[in-house]
Design a protein around this ligand. Sequence first.
Ligand code: GLP
Length: 242
Amino acid sequence: MSLKITIAKNEEEFDRIAAWKIIGCMLSNPHAVIGLSTGQTTKNMHRIVSEIFRSNPFDVSGITLFGLDEITNVPRDYDGACYTMLKNQIVDALGIKEENFIMPPTLSDNYTEEAKKFQSELELRGGIDLQILGLGTNGHLGFNQPGTPFESETWISRMDGVLEARVRKETRITEGELGGLTLGIKNIMHARKIVLAAKGDSKAEIVKKMLCNPITTDIPASILQLHPDCEFLLDEQAAKHL
Ligand code: GLP
């Protein structure tokens, strides 16, 4: 089995390579459906996509952007909500129309229904052409924590303790359950192309496990070893144990 691994020599190069993957997908397919991820790993690549677009504008009226996951039970305009992050980092800069930015709501009284709607909206648009993924230090993808079955479809997962504590602190929400609505592993594996992006020292251990361990639900990202078109984009720190 051969894996496609790209090791950028620094953060700047990492962000540029990733940004050009997104731009390249939009240019080669004017109706592309592109899944983005939020977090520290992706925010600079989004900024660079916006900068490239500002200096070389092109028609994005047929492009669909969506977020891999969303926090539940917080206001949508909370700075840490994926909707708000993506809107501020990339969606508005590209002028993507509201109807072409697909996100589940943060607040709902029927998340199961919302999960189904989110998934079928993506299917209606022909499925995912490119999915950018971040990597949790425990190997999670989106909100699919260790133990999530590989055949999972869009669902509401629990939040890991560290993230939950941060969200509670920032939103001052003390009651109620906080969770994450996320594409399932099966949906992720159905994307035509995937770029798994991981940078920094803190990801080095899990990067090695993801790529070198046997495939197991204990490390959700290990399933990506089997994807026919997944590129693992790393910086030198994240790749240091390979
Ligand atoms: C969060 C998000 C994921 C993201 C991951 C990595 O849990 N739900 O979508 O990919 O963590 O985040 P970071 O890039 O900040 O390490």
